[in-house]
Write a protein that binds this ligand. Structure first.
Ligand SMILES: [Zn+2]
Length: 305
């Protein structure tokens, strides 16, 4: 059986060669509804020469999309990778359900005692003050998200696509139910980006900082990274992720973007811990270029911290 097909359940072959339909495994996570109607369309023959991948899939309900395993030999480029990608993205960026900020959300930190506490929390985490205003960061003064900092995600058209909440006491998180694995925080038209795990890491890097909300980006997020216009990227995942997750992402972006991986000095667990004033120095010392297999093998050898 084709390895792509074996990933999915209820696969049926269509009348067109190489085309299949299956139940989408991601609908439940992304739109909160289990797919029993084979909304996932698969083409096992489609080849992407840039990604050296063969076979792709796309869900017409939740937008889950991806490419299959590496083609064993990469034939010369005969079709435009950009065309394929834009086609996929057109489908993937159909209008979503309307999302609004949670009830009791406010950006007025001086209005309540809790607001002042949130302001102090952001200050201690060294979130640059102008970014708090520019990105519309606020908090909830009541309701189920009471006491949480709320980080809204807006697309380039200013539309709210997602938001994440984080309690200022303890480690409670809240994700607006819009598919965490489709979001990349602050990915815009930058020339260079620093790819972080979490939004608070990304915020410390100002305009450059983007976050994949975890260290194992989905196929969908990887496509978004590839399609974004940036030329250079630095993968700055947490210290424990350098050899495995950072290297895995570097491998996927290598050859398409200029890629470096950040090896953090042993005293920091993540970018969020580095004092803002030391970030430029840590980056200039710790960035390792990953542009070929030898570089990659070297990074994969960086176990432990
Ligand atoms: Zn789906």
């Amino acid at each position: 059986m084709n390895p792509i097909l074996s990933r999915f359940t209820n696969v049926t072959e269509q009348s067109v060669n190489g085309q299949y339909r299956a139940n989408c495994p991601e609908c439940i996570n992304r739109v909160g509804k289990e797919d029993t109607k084979q909304k996932l369309y698969i083409n096992v023959d489609k080849v992407n020469y840039t990604l050296k991948a063969k076979g792709c899939w796309f869900c017409f309900r939740c937008g889950y999309a991806g490419w299959g395993l590496s083609a064993s030999s990469a034939p010369p480029v005969v079709e435009s990778y950009a065309d394929k990608l834009s086609e996929l993205f057109r489908m993937n960026n159909r209008p979503d359900m309307e999302l609004t900020l949670p009830e009791f959300f406010t950006t007025n930190f001086n209005a309540t005692r809790l607001g002042l506490e949130v302001k102090k929390y952001l200050y201690l985490r060294e979130v640059p003050q102008p970014l708090i205003v520019e990105r519309g960061i606020g908090y909830c003064y009541d309701g189920p998200l009471h006491g949480m900092v709320i980080i809204p995600f807006y697309d380039s058209g200013g539309k709210l696509t997602y938001y994440q909440g984080r309690s200022i006491r303890g480690k409670r998180f809240y994700n607006s139910f819009k598919g965490t694995k489709r979001q990349i925080y602050n990915l815009k038209e930058q020339d260079s980006v620093v790819i972080c795990e979490g939004v608070f890491d990304a915020l410390k890097l100002g305009e450059y900082g983007v976050a994949t909300l975890g260290k194992t980006p989905s196929q969908d997020q990887i496509f978004k990274l590839i399609a974004a216009p940036f030329k250079n990227c630095l993968i700055a995942y947490d210290a424990d992720a350098t050899a495995v997750e950072s290297a895995a992402l570097a491998e996927k972006l290598m050859g398409i973007k200029e890629v470096s991986v950040l090896k953090l000095p042993p005293r920091y667990k993540d970018v969020g811990e580095i004092p803002n004033t030391l970030i430029p120095e840590v980056i200039s010392r710790g960035a390792i270029k990953v542009n070929n297999l030898a570089d990659l093998i070297m990074v994969r050898g960086l176990h432990g911290v």
